[in-house]
Design a protein around this ligand. Structure first.
Ligand code: WTA
Length: 655
């Protein structure tokens, strides 16, 4: 929570419009009306474990569970005693029927190349690569780092880990060497799977080069498997580095999926929290698969004939749950696109939808806002009539963007599912169920059946409708995180200590009189830039590691396209001169430390930062300054008032 976060959360937005799912959609939906959904919710509320146990019957188990839920707050174990294999659920079981030769992955490369892998082929590739991992000494419980472009082999590598009971740690391909190194070291990865490069905006991102730099400080990594994607020149360490295609040639095709315990770790994924270094969020097997599969089926209404496209990178949780595990468990056809959304022209997304007949499309508000800005002519050039359902995730979607998405992209016929969830929740928790939930633009609507979410005050008491509060979840759910890798104390202190008797999400929200949830965004020191969570702390430490910087405070300011933009207030050491050159240098320094995502849009040099008497930086004031240029509200705890007037009179700095 913010140091000065005791202030009420202001609620400014009031959106009244209501959009009902069309009769045509409703007719063939799984859940066809609001009363039908409400009765499922009511039943699930009476017996949440019973609800999830029923959902678990859609999954193939190798050994039945003995107990649905073992809840010793704050620790949950789901499907205790059960055994299964995620890759068998995503692949093998589809081979027995007509899905065998159905496309599992339709891949579009940025330069215009493409490939299709059927379930049969994806199964074969995964089995081979699982044997490759075994031949490199990877065993059950080991961790494999994955630092890949969005190519089918990234999915193969993830599923291959699951097949042999190893866990993966996928690191987003936009992260820097330093960020990759930290994650490899923290997760104790033994093998890294990467590519020579990947295509982005017409350029090759030299992943292997970055990996080499990262590995200089990650001695635990014994082998690097390199997939040849971009054919760029790469450095090579004999004995350590191995080509993907050479290993695959030698690998046998048969690799039975091993039964693993329902609570066996499936993956670690690093995400930003309010303090300290990124947290390795740990997800396990049974509950995670049950909930990602059920939400894929109900929220995206997936059918065998759909072409489903989630634009998230596999380096984020959305890529894990809704590009790979959920949809493949449902036997869906998943589209995977390698590159940038507006390359070579702003209509790349729409041209892919037209080319492949995409029917279900899931993306982020930041992309929708950027498309809106390019104008309606780009989507209008394309036949988007194959679309039947749209989704949004990653940050609150403003009603204007929602309406544009609904009308211009969805032709006013597709429900829009605005799905709220987090890396920690593993799967969607608050969302419309298309076909049943009347939608209000900007609201994620209601908790999914089996989820007890609420908006409360600091003491955990529900706040009145219309009032802002903290978004919490009161009961355990199957896909919840099981811990923070290597830091059990932080799990409790971060998520369960702040609000008595509940999981605390770090988000503010309000509920309206109809029980609809309106997520207001993060209330801790995390900013959401283009749908990606970044810790202000981490950016601050990157800045402070520069020799000229004495102190730094990073805040978000509202930005039309990115949602939030990063503003850094920086005080310099004596003798350092504050010029534009230094600003560029600091920006480059942050990019080196974390990656381009974390690059500050504005850097403002200050003589001092506003602090409380106890020495805490008053971020609220900085946020207000960065946003509107003024401060409002209480400043009585400010220690030195001149600091503020100096910051205010500092005027607009060039960015
Ligand atoms: C925000 C991404 C409003 C929220 C799946 C959350 C949203 C954080 C929505 C998690 C939404 C995600 N409406 N806000 N539909 N979806 N968020 O871990 O602040 O990358 O806490 O997971 O994104 O981001 P994460």
């Amino acid at each position: 929570m913010t140091q000065d976060g005791s202030h009420a959360i202001d609620v400014l937005l009031r959106e009244k419009r209501l959009y009902k799912p069309s009769a045509a959609f409703q007719k063939r939906a799984r859940i066809r009306s609001l009363p039908a959904l409400r009765s499922i919710i009511a039943r699930a509320r009476r017996n949440p474990p019973g609800f999830w146990a029923k959902a678990a019957r859609d999954i193939q188990w190798m050994k039945p569970w003995k107990k649905i839920l073992d809840w010793r707050p704050p620790h949950a174990r789901w499907f205790v005693g059960g055994a299964l294999n995620v890759s068998a659920n995503c692949l093998d079981r589809h081979l027995e029927g007509p899905r065998r030769n159905k496309a599992a992955l339709i891949w579009e490369g940025e330069p215009g190349d493409s490939r299709v892998l059927t379930y049969h082929e994806l199964h074969a590739e995964t089995s081979r690569f699982a044997n490759v991992l075994k031949s490199l000494g990877v065993r059950k419980g080991d961790c494999v780092g994955i630092y890949m472009p969005a190519v089918p082999e990234a999915v193969v590598a993830m599923l291959a880990c699951a097949r042999i009971g190893a866990m993966h740690n996928v690191v987003f391909g936009g992260f820097s060497a330093q960020a990759l190194r930290e994650r490899l070291v923290d997760s104790k990865a033994r093998v890294l799977v990467t590519a020579d490069g990947g295509w982005r905006r017409g350029q090759i991102v030299p992943l292997k080069g970055v990996a080499d730099e990262a590995l200089a400080g990650a001695p635990g990594v014994e082998h690097v498997v390199v997939f040849k994607r971009a054919a760029n020149a790469v450095g090579w360490v004999e004995g350590r580095d191995l080509w993907w295609h050479e290993l695959m040639l030698a690998a046998p095709r048969d690799c039975p999926a091993v039964p693993v315990d329902a609570e066996n770790p499936l993956y670690i994924l690093y995400t930003s929290g309010s303090t300290g270094k990124p947290k390795g969020v740990l997800h396990t097997t049974g509950g995670y698969l049950v909930q990602t599969a059920l939400t894929s089926k109900w929220v995206f209404d997936l059918r065998d004939e759909d072409v489903y496209w989630c634009t998230a990178d596999i380096g984020w949780v959305t890529g894990h749950s809704y590009v790979v595990y959920g949809p493949l468990a449902c036997g869906a056809t998943v589209l995977l696109y390698e590159g940038a959304p507006f390359h070579p022209e702003p209509d790349r997304l729409w041209s892919i939808i037209e080319k492949r007949g995409v029917s279900v499309f899931y993306t982020a508000p930041t992309a929708i806002r950027a498309c809106m800005r390019f104008g309606d002519d780009w989507p209008r050039k394309h036949d988007l009539s194959s679309l039947r359902l749209l989704g949004s995730v990653g940050e609150p979607i403003n009603p204007e963007a929602w309406l544009w998405y609904y009308r211009v992209i969805g032709g006013s016929r597709c429900p829009v599912v605005d799905t709220w969830w987090q890396t920690e929740t593993g799967a969607i928790l608050i969302t419309p169920v298309p076909g049943a939930t009347p939608m209000k633009p900007g609201s994620a609507t209601m908790p999914f059946p089996g989820i007890e979410a609420d908006v409360v005050d600091r003491q955990g008491r529900p706040v009145k409708p219309g009032k802002g509060g903290y978004l919490v979840v009161r009961k355990p759910w199957p896909s919840m995180l099981r811990g923070i890798f290597g830091d059990p104390k932080r799990y409790k202190s971060q998520y369960f200590d702040p609000i008595p008797g509940a999981y605390f999400s770090g988000d503010g929200a309000r509920k309206d009189a109809d029980g609809y949830f309106w997520v207001l965004g993060r209330i801790d020191d995390v900013i959401n830039v283009s749908g990606h969570r970044l810790s202000t702390m981490e950016i601050e430490s990157a800045l402070v590691s520069h020799p000229a910087v004495s102190e730094a405070a990073v805040v978000g300011r509202p930005d039309e396209i990115q949602g939030q933009a990063i503003t850094a207030f920086v005080t310099l050491k004596a003798g350092a001169s504050s010029n534009a050159g230094l600003k560029d240098e600091l920006r480059a320094h942050v990019v080196r430390a974390i990656g381009p995502l974390a690059k500050p849009s504005d850097i403002r040099f200050a003589e001092a930062l506003p602090k409380t008497r106890s020495g805490k930086i008053m971020r609220r004031l900085l946020r207000e300054l960065a946003g509107s240029g003024r401060t409002q509200g209480d400043i009585t705890t400010l220690e030195d008032f001149t600091v503020l007037s100096k910051l205010q009179s500092g005027g607009e700095e060039e960015s």
